[in-house]
Design a protein around this ligand. Structure first.
Ligand code: SAH
Length: 364
């Protein structure tokens, strides 16, 4: 039975489901969920991410992490956590680069948060292959859990938060009604809840939305960001979140999208077959970080962040060493920081302990 049929049956039995529940099942169903069944980043995959564009991306982030650790007096027993490591490429590039600080690596506990067993395997193969250099332990968890609060936490997440489920509310004459997924004869459709949602869940600035305007929110994302910030505030560390997203909600339209084979697809058409994601609300994440007690830097654009930490200099260095690769290196750099490529759509946000004020890559 296809995942779509199973979702339709579930809706027939229990009533309409939230967009958030639809996203969770589509992406993470253990049998047929999108991430559970494939490597979406592989050759012939559905999308390509910054670490897969160039090793420079993970290298710069590795240096950023070592810098953050050293800014805080090189705390003992650091833990390095990556949320949603994909193919393990960025972690491999980070660990290779972090060898510039052997004391950072010496008692490093590396934890990869990955819901998909298939991708856990891809990551293990990748990291086992390369890590003669690494004394650190690497382990996996399906979710960011309570056990990760006992050490200084250095955390990175690239294109992870966009996969977290969002809820959507639509402005109507009756008030804000939640957008739900319903089913009829095996097909899935959007519909509005007949009863408005309790108005307290809608931020005041959305009240000027016209009829049909959408308010999108990810309680899963903000709860996780607050939790991470709380650990960093209590134990030290730093978090760096990179993703496509917005600082000001541009208008009042939804950002939920489905992508298949590098093309946009109909969100409800083939659950489990298409990547479903939403743009990240960086203001909401920043607020969550402050609620957790952290000093929040950014959001700034990915282009500015990478330029500030020296990606152009790194590209030049690599070009000198490998003149035959110059063209590829230029193209990759342009792809990561160019305004019409990933440079502006993608944003960077950092959390550090309240006592730390200067964070590499972010304007003071
Ligand atoms: N960071 C990688 C991969 C991005 S794709 C890169 O930049 O290339 C999103 C990753 O997050 C995948 O590894 C996916 O399996 C994982 N993921 C998505 N939702 C998750 C969840 N709720 N819990 C844990 N991992 C999740």
């Amino acid at each position: 039975m296809s995942l779509k049929t199973r979702i339709a049956d579930l809706i027939e039995a229990q009533g309409p489901m939230s967009v958030a529940q639809f996203m969770t099942i589509s992406l993470l169903d253990p049998k047929e969920g999108y991430y559970a069944t494939r490597d979406p980043l592989g050759s012939g995959g559905d999308f390509i991410t910054a670490p897969e564009v160039s090793q420079m991306f993970g290298e710069m982030i590795g240096l950023w992490l070592v810098q953050a650790w050293s800014d805080q007096g090189c705390p003992k027993n650091p833990r390095l956590v990556e949320l949603g490591p994909g193919r393990g490429t960025m972690m491999a590039d980070i660990l290779r680069t972090a060898a510039v600080a052997p004391e950072f690596l010496a008692d490093l506990d590396v934890v990869l948060i990955e819901a998909s067993p298939a991708l856990q395997q891809v990551q293990a193969d990748k990291l086992r292959g390369q890590n003669g250099i690494l004394g650190a332990d690497i382990s996996w968890q399906a979710q960011f859990g309570g056990s990760l609060g006992d050490r200084p936490l250095f955390l990175i997440a690239n294109e992870f938060f966009d996969a977290l489920p969002v809820r959507q509310y639509v402005k109507t004459k009756r008030g804000w009604c939640e957008r739900l997924v319903t089913a009829s004869q095996g097909e899935l459709k959007f519909a509005l809840a007949p009863v408005p949602a309790p108005i307290t869940t809608i931020p005041a600035d959305r009240e000027k939305a016209p009829d049909g305007g959408v308010y999108e929110t990810s309680p899963a994302a903000t709860a996780l960001a607050e939790n991470i910030a709380g650990i960093i505030t209590a134990k030290g560390g730093a978090a760096l979140i990179l993703d496509y997203g917005y600082v000001e909600a541009s208008g009042f339209s939804e950002t939920l999208q489905a992508v298949s084979g590098h093309r946009f697809a109909d969100t409800l058409d083939e659950p489990g077959e298409d990547d479903v994601s939403a743009h990240v609300d960086f203001v909401a994440l920043a607020q969550a970080g402050r609620r957790g007690g952290a000093n929040v830097s950014g959001p700034v654009t990915q282009g500015l962040f990478l330029a500030n930490i020296g990606i152009a200099e790194r590209a030049e260095q690599l070009m000198k060493a490998n003149p035959d690769k110059s063209r590829d290196l230029l193209t990759a750099t342009e792809r990561l920081i160019g305004n019409d490529q990933m440079g502006t759509l993608f944003k960077a946000l950092a959390f550090v302990p309240p006592a730390i004020s200067d964070v590499a890559g972010f304007p003071p």
